[in-house]
Design a protein around this ligand. Structure first.
Ligand code: HEC
Length: 194
């Protein structure tokens, strides 16, 4: 008897927590069309700042490790703050974890087809089997800084940087790019709204 009475406020509290959880969930899975670009702008800004700072301080070879450790960390932090998951994917990966899956590859191909026609590739929002949605946006190599680590192996990348890349990423496929090339895509995944 006593146990039942004292359990009631607890149950009420539990129900309130559930309600708050549901609210937070709704908020974090808000419209991918507006939230997707925001998440990417924030991650890209932080990544670019960390990259420029590291290259200025240590040169491209020294900045490599900063980049390999910081890029995934920044993506995780920004994603957690928005209640989404975030990744960069490509068909020419430096880090094998960033290789496109079949679904991402299909989107990447539509971006490449648009560029071939001299059109700007348009971001896409696609539904997932679990009820979530993914927002995709192209990553175009648009800054000469990128070439120091992703450009021509003889022209753009110093032997020192190339050696450092090959040591960290023996299976690297992410060189030989030119300004304006499609480097990959950003993918922001929004969980299913409960
Ligand atoms: C200092 C060298 C350096 C510079 C400069 C650099 N990157 Fe990278 N990039 C890397 C490294 C190292 C990785 C692998 C990161 C990892 O392990 O997740 C990478 C990974 C990537 C990826 C993820 C896919 C993959 O291949 O693993 C993309 C996309 C990318 N870079 C685009 C760019 C763009 C665009 C620029 C210019 C704004 C740029 N990078 C400048 C070193 C660099």
């Amino acid at each position: 008897m006593f146990a039942i009475i004292s359990a009631r406020p607890l149950l009420t509290l539990f129900a309130m927590l559930l309600a708050c959880g549901a609210l937070a969930q709704t908020e974090s899975s808000s419209d991918p069309a507006t939230e997707g670009p925001k998440v990417i702008t924030e991650a890209f800004g932080k990544l670019s700042a960390a990259l420029s700072e590291a290259v200025a301080k240590d040169g491209p070879a020294g900045a490599l490790t900063v980049c390999s450790e910081k890029a995934p960390q920044i993506a995780k932090e920004v994603a957690a703050a928005h209640g989404v998951t975030l990744r960069r994917a490509t068909n020419k990966p430096r880090n094998p974890n960033n290789a496109v899956d079949a679904f991402e590859n299909a989107v990447l191909k539509t971006f490449a087809a648009a560029l071939e026609k001299n059109e700007a590739p348009k971001p896409q929002i696609l539904p997932l089997p679990d009820g979530g949605k993914s927002f995709f946006a192209p990553i175009i190599l648009g800054n000469p800084l990128c070439l120091q680590c992703h450009g021509d192996r003889e022209k753009d990348i110093t032997p020192e940087t190339l050696a450092a890349i090959q040591k960290l990423y023996p299976a690297d496929k992410a060189t030989g790019f030119q300004l304006g090339d499609l480097r990959g895509l950003w993918r922001v995944t929004f969980p299913a709204v409960q």
